[in-house]
Design a protein around this ligand. Structure first.
Ligand code: GRF
Length: 197
C-alpha cells in the first residue's frame, strides 16, 4: 500500500471544513493523514479543535506588509512538516505567485460557488441577486489566479425563493462538508491530477 499523503490545512476562522477533513482522515483506508493546521489568525476557532485532536498547529500572522516573507515562513513550516498536500479551508488570504507555482498540483481550495461563477467574496448574496435557481460549492486546484485553477468537483444546491444569504450559506455548507473529503481523496489517491488549463 502507498504511504498516506501528509496534508496540512490552512484556516482563518471557524474551521468546519477542516473538521470534516480531520474526521474523514481517521478512516484507515483514507489516502491522507492530516499532520498540521496553519492559521493566519491566532484566534481562529478551528485551532482549538485541531489541538484537541493532537494535530500540530502554527499561527503565521499575515498582517505584515511583506507578503513574500509571510509566504516563505509558511513554506519553511511546510517543509519542516514534510508536507505532501495543502488544503485551503476558509483561509482568507491570497497566496503569492511564487508560492502557488512552487506548490502547483499540490494545493487545493474549497469555494462557496459553482465556479467559474462568483469568484471572490459574498457569493451567496450574489447568487440570490442574480436570480439563479442553483448555487453550490467547488473544490479546485489553486493557481496564482484567484479561484481560477482546474476544478476537482462541485455540488449544486437549489436556491429557494425564501432564501437569504444566511439560509443559502447553511445549505451550501452541508454540501461543502460532503464535497471536500471526497475531493481530497481524489487528489491524494492520484485519481485526479493537476493539468494546466
Ligand atoms: C467556507 O464557506 C468555504 O467555502 C470558504 O470559507 C468558508 C469557511 O468555513 N472558503 P469553515 O471555516 O470551513 O467553517
Amino acid at each position: 500500500m502507498n504511504a498516506k499523503k501528509r496534508v496540512v490545512i490552512f484556516i482563518s476562522g471557524r474551521g468546519s471544513n477542516m473538521e470534516k477533513l480531520i474526521e474523514a482522515a481517521k478512516h484507515p483506508k483514507y489516502s491522507s493523514e492530516i499532520i498540521g493546521v496553519i492559521s493566519n489568525k491566532a484566534d481562529a476557532k478551528g485551532i482549538e479543535f485541531a489541538k484537541k485532536q493532537g494535530i500540530k498547529t502554527a499561527i503565521i500572522a499575515s498582517r505584515q506588509k511583506d507578503k513574500k516573507a509571510v509566504d516563505l515562513t509558511i513554506d519553511k513550516q511546510l517543509l519542516e512538516w514534510d508536507t505532501d498536500l495543502i488544503c485551503l479551508a476558509g483561509y482568507m488570504r491570497i497566496l503569492g505567485e511564487d508560492f502557488c507555482e512552487k506548490w502547483e498540483g499540490k494545493i487545493i481550495n474549497i469555494h462557496p460557488s459553482l465556479l467559474p461563477q462568483f469568484k471572490g467574496l459574498d457569493t451567496h448574496q450574489r447568487a440570490i441577486n442574480a436570480q439563479n435557481s442553483e448555487h453550490g460549492c467547488t473544490v479546485h486546484f489553486v493557481t496564482a489566479k484567484m479561484d481560477d485553477g482546474p476544478n476537482i468537483g462541485q455540488i449544486a444546491v437549489p436556491i429557494k425563493l425564501s432564501d437569504t444569504a444566511q439560509t443559502l450559506s447553511e445549505r451550501v455548507l452541508i454540501a461543502e462538508h460532503n464535497l471536500y473529503p471526497w475531493a481530497l481523496e481524489q487528489v491524494a489517491s492520484e485519481q485526479v491530477t493537476f493539468e494546466k488549463k
